[in-house]
Design a protein around this ligand. Sequence first.
Ligand code: ZN
Length: 231
Amino acid sequence: MSVAKQLYQLQEVDVELESVEQALSQTASQLGESQAVVRTQAELRSEHEHLEELRRQQHSAEWELDDLVNKLAAAEEQLYSGRIKNPKELTSLQHEVEGLKARRDQLEDKALEIMSQVELAEASVTTKSSALKRLEAEWHSQQQQLSAEMERLKAIVSELKQKRELLAANIDPKAVEFYGELKKQKGTAVAKVEQGTCRGCRISLSTAELQKARGGSLIQCGSCGRILFLP
Ligand SMILES: [Zn+2]
């Protein structure tokens, strides 16, 4: 086998290796925290806090209402007991009862309003919780898939590295070194020759160049400097 062909085979392995390594690093970059999960967790926390605050308000409104209802009952009991004869006192008590009733109505409205807010907040927490569970499950299965994919790619990388080592061991070390330098400079070190043209730069080769390449000697394209490989 000509050195050019050996180097071309080495290059094919290198190209595959690079593409698998790129896929591996891309996969690795997808591992880790999910922005959507983190964001939803934060939203859920703040909705929980909001709900707790509303529940506190609800309890304090209910206590206040209880207290007022007791006061009103006591005032009404006194008003209708017949124990108070003084008309001035009775009128003042009457006013007190009316004031308490008005305040009670206000508080009842307020308590109802808070209750409906609590219900809304509870529904919102429930919805957000199930959205979070769904996202977490998705994320978990995605992470598992990514881990499995990484294992698969790592195995391919190590296979290709072995293959490369075996190939390189059978090539003249000087040629491998030259290939490496050319690869650094040009990205692609070996160019196929097709229909008398270098596929690296698409320029037609001279008859002399073609003859040399056909002979199997290691020659470079006169235009782009790549190693020529005639299949
Ligand atoms: Zn060329």
